[in-house]
Design a protein around this ligand. Structure first.
Ligand code: FAD
Length: 380
């Protein structure tokens, strides 16, 4: 469809730069990291140097890229691994973004340059053991005590929790939901990794426990109150996920296509020559093309300040479902080899199960779009 003709030279340069990084630094090692459930921390400075963290933000050392350029970074990273894309999404969209948008000057000066340079890592604590799709029900409390807040609660499934220097923790205060910057080492604040994940194994996922954690009042994000705070961050991250899903779908498609051209069954015929196999490729390439166009249109709207959360829900919902469908079809086309980690597809497929669930499950995005078109809330 000549979609490349829709990108500028600068956009294609960014894509090429990340593509080379992924080819050189991620693809040769990712199956080993995935097998060992190891987060490749040594890549953090490299990714910082290439401007990945907060790439579409201005100032504080950020690359100041357009949203389409940023999207292409996410696409290429997720072609490598969804776990590494998740790490970069959290650092930029869920940690740097709220500090940039809602923080005090002091908070911005303290954290944004360090986060951009990868000298500090962050995590985003919204989900709780009993509140996932409905975070507004959260139990974590922040009670004012002089010039401090005292935080109590538990956050679950938090990406980068145990490696973070700062956690953006959302808690219920007297005046509504508020965001707090909780620093590693604060008394009463502990993080523990969730073991035994079959998904996003190269990314750290943790539980955060807050027991009478005294946080200086100046660590509260002053410029946002209510669920709009965390939800606006999720819109930023979901946007990147919509692009990332294109990259991982392309990876699975390409792998399956190369395989099907050389794998022979029945009369020395490559399986790519069988009609039912071709139907799968026709579906995959069509759906990936549609997903690319959707990502690009939402990106262009976002660059014009005209994208809203329902556009982003459509992007995340459609593209992650497409990627998962492509991964499952590609897995099937590899036969038994499809379940081995000599090939990347099973890893991508397992990763996508998390991507389908986090940042608003597929069902929740269905209901956000449903509300937009009918004007009736089905989930509040
Ligand atoms: C690897 C990983 C990393 C994560 N990282 C983070 C992070 O960094 N920070 C963070 O805060 N959270 C994170 N999460 C949590 C994630 O956002 C939640 O898992 C997600 O919001 C879903 O919540 P839940 O798991 O409690 O599922 P539930 O909300 O219990 O949902 C279970 C099922 O019920 C469905 N459902 C629920 N309500 C409705 C409804 N009204 N109508 C129809 N269907 C419904 C859901 O769609 C889903 O199919 C992460 C999760 C994973 C797996």
């Amino acid at each position: 469809m000549e979609i490349d003709s829709l990108f500028s030279d600068e956009e294609k340069m960014v894509r090429q730069m990340v593509r080379e990084f992924v080819d050189q630094e991620i693809l040769p090692h990712i199956e080993e990291w995935n097998r060992e459930a190891k987060f490749p921390a040594h890549l953090v400075p490299l990714m910082a140097d290439l401007g990945f963290f907060g790439a579409n933000m201005q100032g504080y050392g950020c690359a100041g890229m357009s949203n389409v350029q940023y999207g292409l970074i996410m696409q290429e990273l997720e072609r490598g691994d969804s776990g590494l894309r998740s790490f970069v999404s959290v650092q930029g969209a869920l940690v740097m973004y709220p500090i940039h948008a809602y923080g005090s000057d002091q908070q911005k000066e303290r954290w944004l340059p360090a986060l951009q340079q990868g000298k500090a890592l962050g995590c985003f604590g919204l989900t709780e053991p009993d509140f996932g799709s409905n975070p507004a029900g959260m139990r974590t409390r922040a009670v004012k005590d002089g010039d401090h807040y005292v935080l109590n609660g538990e956050k679950a499934w938090i990406t980068s929790g145990t490696i973070a220097d700062v956690a953006v923790v959302w808690a219920r205060a007297d005046d509504g939901i508020r965001g707090f910057l909780v620093e590693r080492g604060s008394t009463g604040f502990t993080a523990k990794d969730i073991k035994g994940k079959w998904s996003l194994r190269a990314s750290v996922t943790s539980t955060l426990l807050l027991q009478d954690v005294r946080v200086p009042a100046c660590n509260m994000l002053p410029k946002v109150k209510g669920m709009n705070g965390p939800l606006s961050c999720l819109t930023q991250a979901r946007y990147g996920i919509g692009w990332g899903a294109v990259g991982v779908a392309m990876a699975c498609y390409n792998e399956a296509l190369e395989y099907a051209k050389v794998r022979k069954q029945f009369d020395e015929r490559p399986i790519a020559g069988h009609q039912l196999v071709q139907e799968k490729f026709a579906d995959m390439v069509t759906e990936i093309t549609k997903a690319q166009l959707l990502a690009l249109q939402v990106g262009r709207l976002k660059d014009q300040g005209r994208a809203d959360f329902a556009h982003v829900s459509m992007l995340k919902r459609n593209n992650v479902r497409t990627a998962l469908d492509v991964a499952r079809a590609a897995r099937d086309l590899l036969g038994a080899n499809g379940v081995a980690d000599e090939y990347p597809i099973f890893r991508h497929m397992c990763n996508l199960e998390s991507v389908y669930t986090y940042e608003g499950t597929h069902n929740i995005h269905t209901l956000i779009i449903g509300e937009r078109v009918t004007g009736i809330h089905a989930y509040k």
